[in-house]
Design a protein around this ligand. Structure first.
Ligand code: TYM
Length: 338
């Protein structure tokens, strides 16, 4: 490489990519585990964020409802501070390169490795009447999402770690079979908040598909609802606010409080020394209310701006198609397509 070219290469910002499914309003878990980090990364990296609508087709959806949820999810992404002037924002199904690359990558993917994916096992147990092929090949589409943009880092919650490892395996396999083509992406999983737990069963991940609405906080919940969910959060029979094995409920609340207030767990422990669980839960609830308030207000404004949203996602799709087509053309040539 020429000196000048090498300099440009070194100064190039690292690339970030991540996505979220549009199946329901995002939860506090999505926000703390993923989107909050996405927002912060926009300053230092070249970022691409998208609504993974194709992924959500692996579970039965009601078409009219899904269409509405996709637009809402896009508006929510912007309301959470993802700025289309700084980041590439798009809707997955608007960019056809994703499904194309996914098919090509499925040729270098083994049946056995997909069978080992814990998400596939969990979801097929949960939807036993609909164990479709898409559920099985889901990680291949996810690998295509990431590899098309040559992402260096993928900010996700802990539950996506296995999919990232799979993506690296596929990229390495492709690179060694055909010659270097894909950047090997690294998961970016924050130390704190990567696994926000259910408020009703703190041994389970907080999930928007939980049957019990008290188990999760939606980022559009009103202050009253948020406060009452934290008030009824399951804890333990102890009284001390401290981070310890076996205190799953308190550990979860402490993590939420520490991330949103940028405080260490030690600092949180000191702040609540001698105070009871009631005071602590109230403080966590208030912190969450204040963190989510601007998002809810911005969403209320944005959801009526249909023309603006359409403009942003159309422009996003155009740019995403241009960027990802470069990788796809290379791939097609390398595998021997005419
Ligand atoms: P999804 O839509 O389930 O979740 C979006 C992001 O939120 C994180 N997350 C959590 N983090 C902490 N605590 C929780 N309780 C919690 N629940 C969810 C997830 O880890 C994720 O980062 N397969 C992906 C979407 C996807 C994707 C991609 C992600 C499709 N293609 C390419 C990254 C790169 C998914 O279903 O995320």
């Amino acid at each position: 490489m020429e000196k000048e070219e090498q300099k440009v290469e070194n100064e190039k910002k690292k690339r970030i990519l991540s996505g979220i499914q549009p199946t329901g309003i995002f939860t506090l878990g999505n926000y703390i585990g993923a989107i909050r980090n996405w927002e912060q990364m926009q300053e230092d990296f070249e970022c691409a964020y998208f609504i993974a609508d194709l992924h959500s087709l692996t579970v039965r959806q009601e078409p009219a409802k899904l269409r509405k949820q996709i637009l809402e999810a896009f508006a929510l992404l912007l309301a959470c501070g993802i700025d289309p002037k700084k980041s590439l924002c798009f809707i997955q199904s608007h960019v056809p390169t994703h499904t194309e690359l996914s098919w090509i990558l499925s040729g270098v993917t083994q049946f056995g490795e997909l069978s080992r994916m814990t998400q596939f096992k969990d979801k097929s147990a949960k939807h036993a009447d609909n164990v479709n092929a898409g559920l099985f090949t889901y990680p291949v589409l996810m690998a295509a999402d990431i590899l098309l943009y040559q992402a260096d880092f993928v900010p996700v919650g802990a539950d996506q770690k296995q999919h990232l490892e799979f993506t690296r395996d596929i990229a390495e396999r492709f690179n060694s079979r055909y010659s270097p083509t894909f950047t090997l992406p690294e998961p970016y999983i924050a130390e704190s908040g990567a696994r926000v737990m259910s408020l009703q069963d703190p041994t389970k991940k907080m999930s928007k598909s939980d049957e019990n609405p008290k188990a999760f906080v939606s980022i559009l919940d009103t202050p009253d609802v948020i406060m009452s969910k934290f008030k009824s959060a399951v804890t333990d029979s102890d009284t001390e606010v401290c981070y310890k094995e076996g205190k799953d409920g308190i550990n979860n609340l402490m993590s939420i409080y520490s991330v949103l207030n940028n405080k260490s767990l030690d600092e949180v422990e000191k702040e609540f020394a001698g105070k009871g669980y009631g005071d602590f839960k109230k403080a966590v609830g208030e912190t969450v209310v204040e963190a989510l308030r601007p998002i809810r207000e911005e969403f209320d404004r944005l959801k009526t701006e249909k023309a603006y949203l359409e403009e942003v996602y159309t422009e996003g799709a155009r740019n995403a198609t241009a960027i990802s087509s470069r990788t796809l053309s290379k791939v097609k040539r390398k595998v021997g397509l005419l």
